[in-house]
Design a protein. Sequence first.
Length: 250
Amino acid sequence: MTRELEPLPLTGERTVPGVPEENYWFRRHEIAYLALLEHCADARVLEAGCGEGYGAQVIADVAERVVALDYDELTCAHVAKAYPGIDTARGNLASLPLGTSTVDVVVNFQVIEHLWDQPGFLRECLRVLRPGGRLLISTPNRITFSPGRDTPLNPFHTRELAPSELDSLLSGAGFVTERLLGLHHGPRLRELDAAHGGSIIDAQVKVVLGDGVWPPGLLRDIGSITASDFVLSPEDLDASLDLVAVAVRP
């Protein structure tokens, strides 16, 4: 899709497409949409916390209907203009503005770690889903992002979750976890890790916290990353970077 719009500003958390320096994070988010897209086919989908809207557009290509919900007014206005085929709504995730049993799928990627009332949000997801509907959710793995800490290192996060904690939250809200996967670097990204001192993530953080000047080789390698360079697997969950779950409303 060709868009003549200014991209949303980077916030330090929300990733946006089309920014070379942001491509690693964008592709890392994109893989969750692509890997779980089959669950959205011909479905009525709510994306709770839609961000820039690129993911809602991916879903809209296969879904019957997509409602993109976000609390931020600027974000909602951007999504409505950039992706006119998507229904956009502004609302609080603590009280989803949808009726009971009205959607087939709720998508919530890289959002729950920002919420103060995570159990309450999951109960709201259960409420708006029809029986047999699915919640698709991703979140950073606490064990790798904030090891040994209850308080996240990331100041934008309220609570990060370990694999067992995410599973317990889902079951406590009334869901049945169908799949719990971990996101890892695939072979090519592991090669890039080695080429950049052991971690391409640390290499990026060093630039951002330093003088902000991107070495050409690092920027080139980041720009070459695709979603297929990441792997989702049920193995070695504790060592994963992100957690991805498919949960079913009984």
